[in-house]
Design a protein around this ligand. Structure first.
Ligand code: F6P
Length: 374
């Protein structure tokens, strides 16, 4: 019997998404399945907006950045429609049934795994692939997008070295990664940053300033500080932790809302912390400091060979699993293998950098300041 499958991409875009769509699509067509894409993530599934996926449209997309299907950060159970927030999972189920789908493939990061799991619970045959430049999806060795972003961020650090060196400045470079430090740590090590600050290791500003002053004394009059967008000082980290605990123990809704707005204010402050970090380092070291926010450059453009290979491998394995009728799983990278992992083991978890991870030890061994030394 010919199988019918749908594919959608959700969450932030990532290099390798098209390679994965192509991997799933070409392998599925080769197994005599019919494939359709849904536009703009779960919104396209809700509105039944499809995109033809056949030999012609799947051709020539391997090297293309972004996603030909479009994406969005919509959540099926909390769709914003004309100013109202509504659970649209039933409407999505209607689309699924209207197309007589045997499976829906959802390509995305941690949030998408959670959203796809909701549709699995509704009764759809769901299968997911792990994509994100943050590398923070649980139960997989790797996510596609990470390697490309790592290369871009590393090249940026290389380039920042010569300007920092020429002007005898500190350059604080902010690297994406959401609440995990994989990207900043990896690029920081590969690019030879002098300081690397990640969310998993809250920093003491004095420790960072002391490391930069030590460099100055030994004749290095510039420093590169690679800071993850989610990194925070020890003080801010403690304050956020306390507020989170207060939220749990709040006596009533009023109290809970007060704590929530304080938490929100704290998180807004954290989002600006790279500028504050740079300003404080100027005061504490007497050196000039500049900020570079790498931002979306890290997500754009053609995927690296490693990401193309990973996305194609996982995509083709996904088609094989559909052929075998294996659903409710994420196709995880395990060494050279692609293995199905039950979605309930993936959702609600985040793969953070363990503080004793070999990369952390490597950074310390080569004398990189991680902001926690006394
Ligand atoms: O998850 C990928 C990512 O690029 C994170 O690194 C970053 O925090 C976030 O997405 C940015 O999200 P948005 O595209 O919604 O601005």
């Amino acid at each position: 019997m010919t199988k019918y499958i749908g594919i959608l991409t959700a969450g932030g875009d990532s290099p390798g998404l098209n390679a994965a769509i192509r991997g799933v699509g070409k392998a599925a067509l080769g197994m005599d399945m019919r494939v359709i894409g849904f536009r703009d993530g779960f919104r396209g599934l809700m509105n039944d907006r499809t995109y033809r996926l056949d030999g012609e449209t799947l051709s020539g997309i391997l090297t293309v950045g972004g996603t030909i299907l479009g994406t969005s950060r919509d959540k099926p159970h909390r769709m914003s429609i004309g100013g109202k927030v509504m659970d649209m999972t039933d409407v999505m189920m209607d689309t699924y049934q209207r197309h007589h789908l045997d499976a829906l493939v959802c390509l995305g990061g941690g949030g998408t795994q959670k959203n796809a799991y909701r549709l699995l619970q509704k009764g759809m045959n769901i299968i997911t692939l792990p994509k994100t430049i943050d590398n923070d999806v649980a139960m997989t060795d790797a996510t596609f997008g990470f390697d490309t972003a790592l290369g871009i961020a590393t090249e940026a650090i290389d380039r920042l070295h010569s300007t920092a060196h020429s002007h005898h400045r500190i350059i604080v470079v902010e690297i994406m990664g959401h609440n995990t430090g994989w990207l900043a740590l990896g690029a920081g090590i590969a690019g030879g940053a002098d300081v690397i600050l990640i969310p998993e290791i809250p920093y003491d500003i004095e420790s960072v300033a002391a490391a930069i002053r030590r460099r100055s004394r030994s004749g290095h009059r510039f420093s590169i500080v690679a800071v993850s967008e989610g990194a925070m000082s020890q003080d801010v980290s403690t304050a956020i932790q306390t507020l989170r605990e207060n939220k749990e123990t709040a006596a009533n809704d009023d109290e809970k809302n007060q704590v929530k707005s304080k938490l929100k204010a704290m998180e807004v402050e954290q989002a600006r912390s790279t500028w504050e970090l740079s300003r404080q380092l100027e005061i504490l070291t007497g050196l000039e400091s500049r900020v570079t926010i790498l931002g979306y450059v890290q997500r754009g453009g053609t995927p690296s060979a490693v990401d193309r290979l990973l996305a194609t491998r996982l995509g083709a394995a996904c088609a094989e699993l559909i052929q075998a009728g294996v659903y409710g799983v994420m196709v995880a990278a395990r060494g050279e293998k692609a293995e199905p992992v039950p979605l309930e083991q993936v959702v609600g978890k985040r793969k953070s950098v363990p503080i004793d991870h070999p990369w952390v030890q490597t950074a310390r061994h080569v004398g990189t300041c991680l902001g926690d030394e006394v």
